[in-house]
Write a protein that binds this ligand. Structure first.
Ligand SMILES: C[S@@+](CC[C@H](N)C(=O)[O-])C[C@H]1O[C@@H](n2cnc3c(N)ncnc32)[C@H](O)[C@@H]1O
Length: 234
């Protein structure tokens, strides 16, 4: 893999398939992560829903197909264009997408009843987490549900230079707890196509694979709510 850290990651280049990965990025599994699909299936989300760092928009698209109004915000223009194309193809008018830096976006104050972070948290530089949380907190309505699916520490080899900013449960609790009331943090798998990650396919990874051969990396699912009392002044 090219000498790049997650902090200097060219996200648009990853979607343009410019050679960082062997083909499409490993998180592009063509459907929502199963843990998030289960939340949708269980009716755990409420419109309007923000899909933060939506990539190709599979969460937003699945929500829209289920009748929700959903908005996907994403840094990469290439990914936004792909998501918009899919929405048109599937006739989903209640799915909208826009290019935005999720650590500094405005224009949606108190709008969303649910916010979903499907593997965005570990893609952000650690020093941007607070700005990100402040921004999504501002966009959430009082009482809104906030879900985060994030890699757990140890998911990737310790010496991998461009690995995601994995978390342990305590640092996740500390970061999110500055803004939201935490309900639970529990272990949850994250599927990835390791074939596009140079080096990893040859490792005997100690993780199960699903029926399609995708590795089930260890992660956490966090659920929190935006409380009545503002925490943003902390
Ligand atoms: C691991 S991918 C997950 C994408 C998508 N949520 C999914 O499940 O397929 C992380 C995503 O976060 C996006 N991202 C990274 N930094 C961002 C930022 N500052 N603002 C918005 N999106 C960002 C990347 O472009 C990428 O699409």
């Amino acid at each position: 893999m090219a000498a790049m850290t997650i902090e200097s990651m060219d996200w648009d280049g990853a979607y343009r398939e410019d050679g960082l990965f062997d083909g499409p990025p490993p998180w592009n599994i063509g459907e929502p992560q199963p843990v998030i699909a289960d939340l949708i299936e269980a009716g755990a989300l409420r419109s309007d829903v923000l899909d933060a760092g939506c990539g190709h928009g599979e969460v937003t698209l699945a929500l829209a197909a289920a009748g929700y109004t959903a908005v996907g915000l994403e840094l990469s223009d290439t990914a936004v264009a792909a998501a918009q194309h899919s929405a048109r193809q599937r006739g989903l008018h209640n799915a909208t997408f826009a290019q935005a830096d999720i650590t500094a976006f405005t224009g949606y104050d108190d709008r969303f009843s649910s916010v979903v972070d499907c593997t965005l948290f570990h893609a952000l530089p650690v020093d941007k987490r607070d700005a990100y949380l402040r921004s999504v907190h501002r966009s959430a309505a009082t009482g809104a549900d906030y879900y985060v699916l994030v890699f757990a520490k140890g998911a990737y080899p310790a010496d991998m230079t461009s690995k995601p900013n994995e978390v342990d449960a305590y640092e996740l609790h500390a970061a999110v707890g500055r803004y939201f009331d935490i309900d639970f943090i529990r272990p949850a798998p994250i599927l990835a196509k390791v074939e596009s990650l140079p080096g990893l396919p040859h490792l005997k990874l100690p993780f199960d694979r699903d029926a399609l051969g995708r590795v089930q990396f260890p992660g956490y699912l966090l659920h929190a709510r935006k409380g009545v009392i503002s925490r943003t002044a902390k």
